[in-house]
Every structure is written in C-alpha cells, then in structure tokens.
Design a protein. Structure first.
Length: 369
C-alpha cells in the first residue's frame, strides 16, 4: 500500500492507495467512526458492487451503515440533489464532529463534500473513490461543487476530506470507456509537470489501462503525489500553481457544455481532447514544438481517447464553443487565463489569449478531416 500525505497549513490527511481497503474500511477509517452508525452516500452502481463489502467491514466492527443512494451521472450534482441530501443528513442527526462516507466517483464525492462543507457550517467526510478519475483527481484536494444552468462546478466550496481510501480493486468493475476516461487525468500529470512520467506512460500506459497491479499502483500513486504537491502549494488556487491542474479543462468543459454534460462526452474524454487542443494551440502560438504537440496527441489516441474535435460531430462553430468558456471559474476581470504548454512537463498560465483567436483555432479543428 502506498500512503501519500496531503500537507496543508496546520493540518494533514492521507491518501492510501492499495487493494482490500474497502474490505477493511472500518479499520482504515476507525478514527473517524465515533458512533455506532455512519452515513454513507453512495453511487447506485458503486453500492451494487461494493455495498456488501463495506457493510460487512462496518458490521464486524459494530457499526451500522445508513445508506443514501445517488443516481449516476452529472445530473445528480444539482440544487435539488444537494437539498435532498442535506435534509437527509440532518434527519440522521449528523453532527459537526461526525464524518460521512462518500462511496463512488467524482459526482458522489463532489456532492457529498459540498453537503458536508455547508452542513452545520462544516462536518467531516471520508472519500472512498471507486473510479480511476476520482482516485487520481477529484477525491484529493478539497474542491467540492454542484452544477447549475450556467455551467459545471460553478457553485461549491473548498472542503478537504479527512481521509481518502483509493482501493484499486474497485477499478476492475468499471466499464472500459470509464476507465480510459480516468486515464486521461493520469496522463495529464505527465503532460503538465512531469516529462519522465509522461515518457513512462508512453511505454507502460497500456499496462495501466489493462489494470496490471504494479504499473497501476505506480501510476495512481504518482498522480496523487503530483496533485498533493500542487494542492499543498496552492490550496485555494490563489497563486496560480493549482490552476495548472486545469490543463485541458477549459477546452474540455466547453466541449462538455456543448454536448449537454451527457454521456456523449465523458469528463475525462473532454479533458483528453482538451489537452490535445491545448498542445496544438500552444504550438500554433509558437510556444510548443510541433513534435511535442504530436506526442501528446499520440498518447491520447493510443489510450483510445478522443483526439480530434471533428470526430464529435458537433453542429456549432468555434465562436459558440469559445462563448461557453466565458463561464470558466478562472475568468478574472474579463480575462480568461489558459493553461498552455512550453514543453511536455512544462505547463504555464497564459493571460494574453484572445477568445476570438481561440474561436478561429476551434473552427479549424471542427472543419478538419
């Protein structure tokens, strides 16, 4: 088992990566289970696969699990879902000193984390991520949010978990498409700040996606350690360091918005294509070599992820996609900083990007092939 500390000002929590963690959840999370019952917010699919395992561990420790099921999909990150969940937690008598367990992917983690951030002005929670994307990205760092009609993750709070248990056994139950979508976030860490890791993924990425135990644990632990370092440096995204984690997201969120935040384009797929677009746009500006831009594209394509915007069959123009970016959370005084590349492993924040130029670039991509 790998243990990665997330060191923040005045406090710290652990991310544990390994197998058999859910089967021992009562032991792993014991310091945060202070009552004879615990509230668990679970993705319906995750509970179907892992509910008995979690309940068995808790039951053996004399702890009653109280379940709240959440429907899969981004539609559950809504005002209505948040209201229903907070009402249920209050009805269960959750106190500020309690911890709620979040079992599932990023949707459950975001929704539960935000509910716990505002419930009685803040109670604790433990992340039990069951998707690759959640394990390497959304479960670590304390960003919690819901979606609104204006866009994705626009209402939320920074609220760190007390513990993250990334059980690699859970990844064996994921559909292949969802696993590949999570791999996009793994690849992102190499592209934005770790060229040797990117080169390692060029060689062993297929083994990671095939869930070979040693490469899988190495990839997940390396990704989490990268995020932990950045979060420790810039927890609330004030210095610009944490913004680098959004590589691929500005383009990706625009594509997700245009496809209605639906299964037509999964979040990780949007990030993958967004990284390709960020690399190509960086090359267009003369900041990145064409060779590095092509390597990013090849790495995305080799993982079975979308690498061409034209393949999405969108019925829109570049201006419409650029307009979606106006709701980006990084927007500052009317300017949208873009995460671009100088080299593989060297992302930077560009504050001189004109959306009209981005729109023209996207038009070229929409019309290609």
């Amino acid at each position: 088992m790998a243990v990665i500390p997330v060191e923040l000002a005045g406090r710290e929590y652990e991310v544990r990566v390994g197998t058999g963690l859910l089967a021992d959840v009562a032991g792993q999370a014991r310091p945060f289970l202070r009552k004879h019952h615990v509230c668990i917010v679970a993705d319906e699919n995750a509970r179907a696969h892992w509910g008995e395992t979690v309940a068995g561990s808790l039951g053996a420790a004399g702890i009653e699990p109280r379940w709240y099921d959440v429907a899969p999909g981004e539609g559950s990150k809504s005002w209505d879902s948040l209201a229903r969940l907070t009402d249920w937690l209050l009805a269960q008598g959750v106190e500020r000193g309690d911890h709620v367990l979040a079992l599932g992917g990023g949707v459950v983690g975001d929704l539960t984390g935000f509910a716990c951030a505002i419930l009685k002005r803040g109670c604790g929670f433990v992340q039990l991520p069951t998707t690759l994307l959640a394990q390497v990205d959304s479960s670590v760092g304390g960003k919690t949010a819901i979606n609104t009609s204006a866009g994705k993750n626009l209402v939320g709070a920074f609220h760190q978990p007390a513990l993250v248990l990334a059980d690699l056994d859970t990844l064996g139950t994921l559909p292949a498409r969802e696993l590949r979508a999570g791999y996009a976030e793994v690849l992102k860490y190499g592209v934005l700040g770790d060229r040797p890791f990117f080169e390692w993924l060029e060689r062993y990425g297929h083994a990671v996606v095939a869930l070979q135990p040693q490469p899988l644990e190495q990839a997940v632990a390396t990704s989490i350690a990268a995020k932990a370092r950045i979060v420790a440096e810039d927890e609330r995204e004030t210095s610009g360091a944490r913004a680098l984690l959004n590589l691929g997201h500005t383009f990706g969120h625009a594509l997700e918005a245009e496809t209605g935040f639906s299964d037509r384009l999964l979040h990780g797929e949007g990030v993958a294509l967004g990284m390709v677009l960020a690399a190509r746009y960086s090359a267009r500006r003369g900041a990145l070599s064409l060779d590095d831009a092509r390597r990013v594209t090849r790495a995305v394509d080799a993982a079975g992820l979308p690498a061409e915007i034209s393949a999405l069959g969108l019925e829109c123009n570049g201006r419409r996609l650029a307009d979606h970016m106006l709701h980006d959370k990084k927007m500052d005084a009317g300017t949208l900083p873009f995460i671009l590349l100088r080299a593989i492993g060297e992302a930077h924040l560009a504050r001189d990007v004109e959306l009209a130029d981005v729109a023209g670039f996207l038009d070229e991509g929409l019309q290609a092939h």
